[in-house]
Design a protein around this ligand. Structure first.
Ligand code: ATP
Length: 242
């Protein structure tokens, strides 16, 4: 199995020759990777191998030192900070391990923020945010602040916030890393239902094989290089990438 395909039309992401260093540390040493549109790709590998760095450069958080990343056929590595920020706001959603909700705001206010940033009026943003909380089964907790929620509830609110703008691609970095098995499974089940029904492309960094098993395909990062594992979910992937 390779990480490349010739079918450009079906691709969300096309990563070629990507290298990135932090000082003397070579975090990425030449990554080639395709992600099909609507594909759920798990990125696994040992601690410090470069998984989060790969996610960040693919999501346009910062550009790599070398190589190219195409999103929907357009090279995003040459974009400036403001253009990358605009791309993230318009097209991408993010879920992290913890600490992503604003502690002074209620659950529903946290979920309305991306909509308000995208120019929605407050009234319709609140309706949309409540729908998103319902989809994640946390609408009953909408007036609570993050500190009044369980870890699993808070993480489902964070998923609602990431998906409320219906991003074309979702990036998740150890999204259930702080949860027990049951809460992790409940969060992943809801997340994957939504992502699959909408055809959202998803890149999920995890070291947990149970979480990786939700994906179509697994990219294993070791020492800043990628290889491809079989046996995860539908290993051929959506969009015939594999
Ligand atoms: N901002 C940074 N400054 C300096 N070094 C960094 C920075 N971010 C990452 N690194 C280094 O780059 C390498 C890859 O880090 P990265 O966070 O991508 O790994 P990872 O596979 O996601 O690790 P983990 O599973 O532990 O989160 C590591 O050696 C790390 O120490």
């Amino acid at each position: 199995m390779s990480g490349q395909t010739d079918d450009h039309a079906a691709l969300a992401f096309r990563v070629r020759g990507v290298r990135h260093s932090f000082g003397q540390t070579e975090a990425l040493r030449g990554i080639d990777l395709d992600v099909g549109r609507g594909e759920v790709l798990a990125v696994t590998g040992p601690s410090g191998s470069g998984k989060s760095t790969l996610l960040h450069v693919m999501a346009g958080v910062f550009p790599p030192d070398e190589g190219s990343i195409e999103y929907e056929g357009a090279d995003i590595t040459g974009l400036d900070e403001a253009e990358r920020s605009d791309l993230r706001l318009r097209s991408f959603g993010f879920v992290f391990q913890f600490g992503q909700l604003l502690s002074d705001l209620s659950a529903i206010d946290n979920v309305t923020i991306p909509l308000l940033l995208a120019g929605w009026r407050r009234k319709s943003a609140l309706v949309k945010a409540r729908d998103a909380l319902e989809e994640l089964d946390v609408a009953d907790h909408r007036d609570k602040r993050p500190g009044e929620l369980s870890g699993g509830q808070a993480q489902r609110v964070a998923v609602a916030r990431a998906l409320v703008t219906e991003p074309a691609a979702l990036f998740a970095d150890e999204p259930t890393g702080s949860l027990d098995t049951l809460a992790a499974e409940k969060t992943m089940d809801s997340l994957l239902d939504l992502v699959r029904s909408r055809g959202t492309t998803m890149v999920i960094v995890t070291h947990d094989p149970r979480i990786a098993s939700y994906a179509d395909r697994e990219a294993i990062v070791r020492d800043g290089a990628v290889s491809f594992g079989g046996g995860v979910g539908n290993a051929e992937g959506v969009g015939n990438v594999g």
